[in-house]
Write a protein that binds this ligand. Sequence first.
Ligand code: G1P
Length: 263
Amino acid sequence: MDIPTIQYIIQEAVDSGIEEILIITNSNKHCMENHFDRSYELEERLKQSGKQEEYDTICRIANMANIYYVRQKEPRGLGHAILCAKSFVGNEAFAVLLGDDVVVNEGAAPALRQLLDVYEEYGASVVGVQTVPHEFVNRYGIVEPAKAMKNGSRRVKVSDLIEKPALEDAPSDLAILGRYVLTPEIFEILETQEPGKNGEIQLTDAIRSLLFSQAVYAYDFEGVRYDVGDKFGFIKATVDFALKRDDVKAQLMDYIKQLAEQL
Ligand code: G1P
């Protein structure tokens, strides 16, 4: 609606305690930089016309965090995009949130915060996973857990990972859903990572190589995840988010009822 999906992702990072954010973009995405920047003209206009709520909203956007941008010059895959962050990150662990995965965990810890807690517990990389229907395992990075996940523990050590396997090759139905906390050693691996699935430099392959020298954990995070890169996923997210908003909820419900009557 009036909030671009990237803002939900940034909000999740900020709510998880992240203060420095690097957005990896491409040459078509200037509008993002403008969205998170201050617009003095607009701020002034809103202030003058007494639109306090709108004024607060745009100031909040600009002040959410320190946001930086780097361009991935060629589309060589997610692993290559992450490598573009190497000098920004330096020698520290860092979080990755993919722009197509919006996760809502209302009133409770955001997905990334849950992963950061696990990182703090083990000092090792953590990938955020959820169970997906078997017919969809070929859309995701799939983890092989070292043992069965204990009831209620939500975490397990990873023994292998595979990017977008065919169902018969999938070691589990635990899919990586766009949230990672990674140690900086991943960059050295990415520098020499050969292209994998679909000819792209895959982050999943690099995490697999990381397993030779470090432990990696999977965490089955709590929250509803929307794939906003998928057309239907985007529609679902838009409807669900709109149903939570007082300004459009009633109208939308009437419209849905009307539509349902015609089915
Ligand atoms: C990427 C990753 C994949 C992960 C997915 C989550 O794939 O390569 O491992 O499971 O994001 O959304 P993409 O959706 O960019 O093809």
